[in-house]
Design a protein. Structure first.
Length: 59
């Protein structure tokens, strides 16, 4: 059951998305494009989450 709640791999992926490539992972145009799209979606999600929390606190 503990295995289902491990988030280490997800946090490592987020760290890899927001870091420059250090040469240990493959690099291609498609992969860079995917990481940019993921960056945009993660930032948009965090902004929306902050807006929702602020709206909930203002009620």
């Amino acid at each position: 059951m503990k295995r289902y709640f491990e988030l280490g791999e997800a946090f490592r992926y987020f760290g890899r998305v927001f870091r420059k490539n250090d040469g240990t992972h493959p690099d291609s145009f498609n992969l860079r494009t995917m990481h940019w799209i993921n960056r945009i979606s993660i930032v948009m999600f965090l902004i929306c989450l902050i807006v929702m929390i602020v709206r909930a606190l203002m009620r």
